[in-house]
Write a protein that binds this ligand. Sequence first.
Ligand code: ATP
Length: 277
Amino acid sequence: MTDLISNAERVAPPPDRAAPREHCASPDRPALRVVRLRKQYAGVTALDEVSFAVGRGEIVGLLGPNGAGKTTTINVILGVLEASSGHVSIDGIDIARSRARALERTNFAAVYASLPGNLTVRQNLHFFGLLYAIDSLAARVEELLEEFDLGRLRDTRCGLLSSGEQTRAALAKALINRPGLLLLDEPTASLDPSAAQLIRAKIKGLAARQRCGILWTSHNMHEVQAVCDRVLLLSRGRVLLEGDPNTLPREHGASSLEELFIRVAREPLAAVPEVAR
Ligand code: ATP
């Protein structure tokens, strides 16, 4: 999965510092728009006409049972996988036409995408900062080491970190380019409850402060209710339900998000209302 990092981030080009960017973040454009995305493998439809948007400053939970298509969605957005059909635009930029430019202010972290283990925490942040051509990189690295409480681990090789420490380092790396769109695949899966709570607060603060759109996958429904403004419930490649995680269960006669999730995961597709086709 390190390939996933390197493939996605290799395409982020050095920005042209001399010329002003022709495309500035606009409050009118969503951070992310996905339109009728399909991903077909031989005999498997991993994504079936998936459409949704993530607004600026919005945290959207992408939920679904194992195999629902969450990671496939993230990989298509990052340009690591090519969709069979459909469109993805980041801040209004079509990734099929200008992938490098679209990914300049995008970043991601995933439990399965560990940082190169032979580099120290500081070297990793520095290395990824170079890929994104960050101004005042040394200062940005120090800022993130401090923010994620990684100061005492700065010279430790990432391969030696505990899984929770690796997660903090991966999240620090994900913020190196001050992303306008952040894709987080189970960001708190290996954290203890106290560390997970701190990270959730940080990410929520980031979304509010930097107007960063966040797509967040998690199997922890309590976390989803605490963090997400909106959720999409995916099953077998389709978005079946969408709404506020705190009111959606009641709207569908379930006592909790977990109960609704289990029902959606177990019911045949025909029995569940479909919202986003
Ligand atoms: P999990 O919660 O288990 O991580 P997920 O929602 O992220 O699951 P995906 O990894 O996106 O699910 O997989 C979606 C579907 O696509 C699964 O049925 C998976 O087996 C299938 N799939 C993924 N990659 C391939 C491939 N290269 N060839 C064939 N099928 C694939």
